[in-house]
Design a protein around this ligand. Structure first.
Ligand code: MN
Ligand code: MN
Length: 467
């Protein structure tokens, strides 16, 4: 063993340099992280849409003793309730031993992910191929959605009130679907276009069939055959698409990435990689001092608008309702509350280093990313967490041995993005973004590090367990 020289010792004392979490963790903790991710992988595979994530989480919460919130009831420390918003968003709440006058500890993530939604009138036939028209949801790179196996998830609501759940393409033996692409032999014009113009949104049409109904040659016999199969399976007619929400998502399952199995590849890490750890943290943080509020929301990927998104009143109204059970005004609770806006950030990709400022980029395996601000250009359209709150979060994470790092979303003026942070901050709550770094964010197949997923759980739990 060689001794560290004075310069090395002083650097250790004075410099900031987050390191790979595996240097930071014991072997037992690395094992705990790998084990934690087994549960996460199941969540990924069973919850590809916001509705599925909410239903799955609600069932887990009920097993943990959470019951539907009753605004007229009175609650004592340790009581666990949930509020479900239109099957697309869910709030879990555990009452603390302190009064809500001292504020709530909120962790908010989202469970919608970029995808292709079917249009209201999607089914058509062209040259004896049956296709479904789509309208993409969230920020996608359109070329990534061609020539991969796709599944169809969602609901069809009939006029008589019946709701049919659809999940096609997930089970072994299920048929799958695909958006076809041009062969390289004939793509000379396509290949010379900028990436974002090479595949048009209007051309993201999903192949769903190719065999006609019966032997009577007629027009739209392939479409008719598909409609007949849908009618047999779900009892629907074409007009029922008008009141359906059908989402086209990648049909593949999550899997380990790397010979060392250190990473997970999957559809929809953004933002299930924060949602799952936050829910597990809400379950694990028993008998909290402060009331904990864990939100899994919808509509983040399209800007949080709509009444299941966090740019609507539902969180504020829930806080008002729980405040009322203690005879408090919601504004007093909100002012005293703190929130981790739990969302992913871009992981530094050595293939594309130029978009990042290395000093302020997040790296996979260096733990969760505390993102002081997002936005674009001159910090436009963002919450910018206060230094005082940043200091508090540093202390919470360091005290709980959470591996964490800072991260900006790319270089200045390189692009940008946003999270739910600003909407919650606008309620008067103290907010900062904290989440897991992701490679290939918004691709049909994104990559995260298992150690980072586990650090999200540890970090959220430490935040909820504040004394
Ligand atoms: Mn996100
Ligand atoms: Mn996103």
């Amino acid at each position: 063993m060689c001794e560290k020289n004075p310069a090395e010792l002083l650097k250790e004392q004075l410099f900031y340099s987050p390191e790979h979490a595996s240097y930071f963790c014991s072997d037992d903790e690395i094992k705990a992280a790998d084990d934690f991710c087994v549960g996460y992988a199941e969540f990924l595979d069973k919850c590809k849409t916001e509705r599925e994530a909410v239903a799955f989480t609600k069932a887990l919460a009920e097993k943990e003793g959470f019951v539907p919130f009753d605004p007229a009831a009175s609650y004592k420390a340790g009581d666990k309730v949930y509020y479900e918003n239109r099957k697309k968003a869910l709030i879990l709440c555990v009452f603390g031993s302190e009064s809500l006058a001292k504020g709530a500890k909120i962790v908010a993530s989202h469970v919608d992910s970029p995808r292709l939604d079917l249009k209201p009138n999607p089914l058509y036939e062209d040259n004896e191929l049956a296709m479904l028209k789509t309208h993409y949801y969230g920020g996608i790179k359109k070329y990534q959605w061609t020539a991969i196996p796709l599944a169809l998830h969602g609901v069809i609501c009939k006029k008589n009130g019946e709701v049919v759940n659809v999940c096609l393409g997930e089970d072994d033996g299920d048929p799958k679907f695909v958006v076809t692409d041009l062969l390289p032999h004939l793509d000379k014009k396509q290949a010379s276009k900028p990436l974002e113009e090479a595949i048009l949104g209007e051309n993201l049409n999903v192949l769903i069939g190719s065999r006609p109904f019966g032997k009577d040659k007629g027009s739209e016999a392939v479409k008719l055959n598909i409609m007949k199969l849908l009618n047999e399976k779900y009892g629907i007619v074409e007009a029922d698409f008008l009141s359906a929400e059908l989402e086209v998502v990648p049909a593949f399952k999550s899997c380990d990435i790397g010979l060392d199995r250190s990473m997970i590849g999957s559809y929809g890490h953004d933002d299930r990689v924060c949602a799952y750890p936050s829910v597990m943290a809400a379950f694990a943080a028993e008998n909290p001092v402060y009331t904990t509020v864990t939100v899994i929301t919808d509509k983040e990927e399209t800007g949080s608008d709509g009444n299941t998104g966090l740019n609507s009143a539902y969180l504020e109204q829930f806080i008002a309702d729980i405040a009322k059970t203690q005879g408090l005004e919601s504004r007093d609770v909100l002012r005293a509350s703190e929130c981790l806006s739990a969302d992913v950030n871009a992981g530094f990709d050595p293939i594309y280093p130029s978009v990042h400022d290395k000093l302020n980029a997040a790296f996979i395996n260096k733990g969760i990313v505390v993102t002081k601000y997002t936005g674009s250009r001159g910090k436009s359209s963002t919450n910018d967490a206060h230094a005082e709150f940043m200091a508090k979060i540093r202390n919470i994470f360091d005290s709980a041995s959470v591996a964490w790092q800072t991260g900006e979303l790319g270089k200045v003026d390189e692009g940008g993005g946003g999270t739910v942070a600003k909407y919650i901050a606008n309620l008067g709550v103290e907010v900062v973004d904290v989440g897991v770094p992701v490679l290939s964010m918004h691709a049909p197949f994104e990559v995260v590090s298992k150690l980072d997923v586990y650090m999200a759980f540890k970090g959220f739990k430490a935040f909820l367990e504040q004394k």
